[in-house]
Design a protein around this ligand. Structure first.
Ligand code: TMP
Length: 236
């Protein structure tokens, strides 16, 4: 697999074309941003952890019937993935109150919800990824009804699988954000990443935050948290 030119550089990853038009190489960076890029920093070792963690979880999800863009891990930071057109929707599932939900609902963080919630935001940094519902998504042609139904179904499966898996690692899955893409034939598959950047992960016993909130909120020990999650995954 030959890496060709840089196709796109995002906040946390670079994407390269390859000699196969259907495949791309993603390269995970140690760069961290928050608040739509307003806050910038580095989390040493994050790129490798997020790459390897995403691939580990995506393999598990594939086994449970959720198709993903994963093709092959090349090295610590780089993975070959299927080329997709990313749906401009962030799909967020919450099991406990936290973050923007806790703020919006006037709740403390860490309160277990009676059932998991799902929300969409429109992936657009200039607009600060506004909260939208499926009617907005349809009205703005962000996705079709069939695609919305598919991502909704997959998102709850992802939640069930990850919740159970993290639980075995002594981690409570508070909430997470995932993204989906369309293959050339229109099939919708899970893309992007699943990592401490995109999930809230709390130690089950101590409720210590083991995710990017340590960076967002200047809580310290950011690298330690990423390393701890990676250690518990037992990937080697
Ligand atoms: P929120 O509570 O700030 O809306 O975040 C919900 C989840 O989405 C949380 O697990 C963090 C994740 N997230 C991202 O992956 N990217 C983002 O840009 C934001 C704001 C949140």
């Amino acid at each position: 697999m030959e890496k060709k030119e840089l196709l796109y550089e995002g906040k946390a990853k670079k994407v390269f074309t390859t000699d196969d038009p259907g495949l791309l190489i993603v390269s995970y960076k140690d760069d961290a941003t928050a608040f739509d890029g307003m806050k910038k920093g580095t989390i040493v070792g994050k790129g490798a952890i997020n790459n390897r963690m995403t691939n580990h979880i995506f393999k598990l999800l594939e086994e449970k019937g959720v198709p993903t863009h994963l093709v092959e891990e090349l090295n610590d930071r780089e993975t070959v993935v299927k080329k997709v057109q990313i749906l401009p929707l962030e799909v967020i599932i919450r099991n406990y109150s936290a973050g923007s939900f806790a703020k919006k609902m006037g709740m403390d963080e860490g309160i277990k919800l009676s059932r998991p919630t799902l929300e969409f935001s429109y992936k657009n940094d200039d607009l600060h990824d506004p909260f939208i519902n499926s009617y907005y998504a349809l009205a703005l042609n962000l996705a079709t009804q069939e695609e919305i139904d598919t991502v909704t179904r997959y998102a709850f499966i992802v939640n069930d699988v990850m919740r159970e898996y993290f639980s075995t690692l002594g981690i409570e899955l508070i909430d997470f954000k995932i993204e989906f893409g369309r293959l050339g034939d229109g099939t919708v598959i899970l893309a992007d990443e699943v990592s401490p950047d995109t999930c809230r992960l709390w130690d089950k016993e101590t409720h210590e935050k083991l995710d990017k909130d340590r960076f967002r909120r200047d809580l310290g020990n950011v690298e330690d948290a990423y390393n701890e999650v990676f250690r518990r995954l037992g990937i080697q």
